[in-house]
Design a protein around this ligand. Structure first.
Ligand code: SF4
Length: 365
């Protein structure tokens, strides 16, 4: 690969070999004036990830620009690891992976296969079409919700799945995303944290600001402070653009509709998802809320939430024997909050009473 390509794909082995050949030490990268541009660009990669959900392309006109771009990737990984914030790591992984996906779409198929090999994705070319074992396909696409990604809607021959280049690039996006999330945070020495302390603080502040934005708020008259931990987590995931499993989306949608959010308000919560597709999401919401099916589904109870891995961060109220449903938690917490001195009145009309199954159905699909 030429250096220009290495700058586009700075995670490949030849990129780290180039840094070694150039004799650039870690100390130099973190402290020497000659590498202030790489440090700045490394920080910018993370800022772009948080603010734009994508790393913006840098101008690459000279060899120095390209080397700086390669170094900036290493720098970003060190910075993100030094901050050590799970939210920041997830945003960073999503953005770097999305950027690679965009780059791959314009590459010849041989380059795409080269990147696949660098990412450890086992695939071969069959008449210029990438093809992979169905087990690997399932591993990388389990989080992609669109119907077109279901195995039944894909051409499978002798256990191999054939994918057009663009879809294969999407698989590689996921592989790169998983790789970053698996590798970070890297171990960081004290001297490194000391050398980067101002940048680390800036990124910490940025992460906190963004997390505040994703907090459970902005629900108008709804008492969001009384949401159970499982629902708070799903909302934070949706707003920060993390993939949510199908049962998780079902639980979130049915819960929010049960307590009075409109379909449009629920749609807006899912809009940050990396795979957001307005018409498909609207269809799902309309289905769960009875607009299409005529059946208004109730949210799953705690036992179902647990079995699908959607019960998280339980608190003292969750531990009460009688809290068997997120809506019971919500009603109980709202009641407690209303009894607190100076509490505002919270609308409760749309919250079903415990055991009220009138015209409703509960499901997890
Ligand atoms: S115990 Fe129930 S209400 Fe609490 S987090 Fe788990 S599923 Fe939600």
């Amino acid at each position: 690969m030429e250096i220009k390509q290495l700058a586009r794909y700075p995670f490949v082995k030849p990129a780290s070999e180039l840094i070694k050949q150039e004799n650039i030490s870690l100390e130099d990268l973190l402290t020497h004036q000659a590498f202030s541009g790489a440090r700045h660009r490394g920080k910018q990669r993370i800022i772009d990830s948080v603010e734009k959900a994508q790393v913006q392309d840098a101008k690459l006109t000279s060899k120095e620009d390209m080397l700086q771009e390669i170094l900036s990737y290493a720098m970003a990984r060190i910075l993100v690891s030094s901050v050590g914030d799970g939210f920041l790591i997830r945003r960073y992984a999503l953005a770097e992976a999305k950027t690679v996906y965009d780059h791959l779409q314009t590459e010849p198929i041989d380059r795409v296969m080269e990147i696949a090999s660098e990412l450890g994705v086992d695939a071969t070319l069959e008449r210029d079409v990438p093809s992979m074992h169905f087990a690997d396909f399932l591993r990388y696409t389990s989080g992609i919700r669109s119907k077109e990604w279901k195995l039944v809607n894909t051409e499978v021959k002798k256990g191999l799945v054939s994918l057009p280049k663009i879809k294969f690039a999407r698989v590689l996006e996921q592989a790169f995303h998983d790789k970053i999330e698996d590798e970070l945070p890297l171990p960081v020495a004290d001297w490194m944290i000391k050398a980067l302390k101002d940048d680390i603080q800036e990124l910490k502040n940025l992460a906190e600001q963004m997390k505040d934005r994703y907090k459970v708020e902005g629900f108008g008259e709804i008492d969001a402070e009384s949401f159970p931990p499982c629902i708070r987590r799903l909302i934070a995931m949706a707003r920060s653009g993390e993939n949510i499993s199908h049962p998780g989306r079902f639980a979130l949608t049915s819960f929010l509709f049960s307590i009075g959010l409109s379909r449009d308000e629920i749609l807006a919560i899912f809009a940050s998802s990396p795979d957001f597709d307005e018409s498909k999401t609207r269809y799902q919401i309309d289905h769960i809320t009875g607009e299409i099916s005529g059946t208004k589904y109730t949210p799953p109870e705690c036992s179902t939430m647990k079995s699908f891995g959607n019960c998280h961060n339980i608190d003292d109220l969750c531990r009460q024997d009688w809290v068997k449903h997120p809506l019971i938690y919500y009603r109980a917490k709202s009641r407690r909050r209303r009894k607190q001195p100076g509490a505002k009145t919270v609308p409760q009309a749309s919250v079903p009473a415990e055991g009220d199954k009138t015209a409703t159905k509960s499901a997890t699909t």
